[in-house]
Design a binder for this molecule. Structure first.
Ligand code: SF4
Length: 244
């Protein structure tokens, strides 16, 4: 029985633990704030067992490499929006072939053609928030329903809205636990991990795309510019909404 099973035990009032899931998450976040990514992954694997999965945008396989060392066979959710670069889909296929993980392709309820028919073409240019909600946020939330926790590859330095994140968080929107093992990594830490471990990387990274999303909403970035400046450029948007 894991720690969270204990917290959820139903039974006589006297047998019920005094800790809520949120309490456990809060104390784990404090205890693990200075832990290494590997220690955080080990804690999460021991705590959630098979009820934790990993989500990846297939920008690189650093988190996949890290988690699969501790938890081979882990489910990796990839949100296939229908708008990805061919290189991103190729990275997904390579990850599936190379790492001991179970890649799950998560798709929106409408195909791109059905979305165009129902809401008009190029929704991403007219209402990117709605497009991201329909093609990323809603499908991922639906896919996460069977789990108690998920690993993400978010890092504090990526956007202003991620600065306050903790390594373990209560995801209020989905009522589950969010584990962010590489939250503290700088770009240099990431590059070192990738080169030290021969980790798979989306080839677009070597073509001036330091941050990779859907093709219509991602552009090349000049050397020295904010790596996220190529995402939704000119649309006043910096997050798809999955982590908000
Ligand atoms: Fe739509 Fe662009 Fe969001 Fe992809 S990144 S879901 S194309 S708005």
């Amino acid at each position: 029985m894991t720690l969270l099973d204990t917290a959820r035990t139903d039974g006589p009032e006297t047998a019920r633990p005094s800790l809520s899931l949120e309490d456990i998450v809060d104390s784990a976040a404090s205890a693990l704030e200075d832990a290494s990514p590997l220690e955080i992954v080990r804690w999460a694997a021991a705590t959630f067992g098979d009820r934790i999965c990993l989500t990846s945008s297939m920008s690189d396989a650093a988190l996949i490499h890290l988690v699969s060392k501790v938890k081979p066979g882990v489910d990796v959710l990839f949100v296939d929006t229908g708008y990805h670069f061919a290189e991103t889909v190729g990275t997904r296929d390579a990850v599936e072939a190379v790492y001991p993980v179970n890649v799950i392709n998560v798709t929106p309820s409408r195909t791109v053609a059905e979305q165009d028919r129902d809401l008009g073409p190029r929704l991403h240019g007219r209402n990117p928030d709605l497009c991201c909600h329909l093609r990323k946020v809603e499908p991922l939330s639906r896919a996460l329903e069977g789990y108690m926790a998920w690993f993400t590859g978010v890092r504090r330095g990526e956007t202003r809205s991620r600065k306050e994140m903790r390594v373990v968080e209560w995801d209020r929107k989905r009522e589950m636990v969010k584990v962010n093992p590489i939250l503290h990594w700088s770009d240099e830490d990431m590059e070192n991990y990738i080169s030290d471990n021969g980790v798979l990387v989306n080839p677009l990274h070597y073509d001036d795309y330091p941050s990779i999303g859907c093709e219509p909403c991602t552009s090349r970035v000049e050397p020295g510019d904010d790596p996220r400046s190529g995402r939704w450029a000119g649309l006043g948007k910096v997050e798809c909404g999955i982590h908000l």
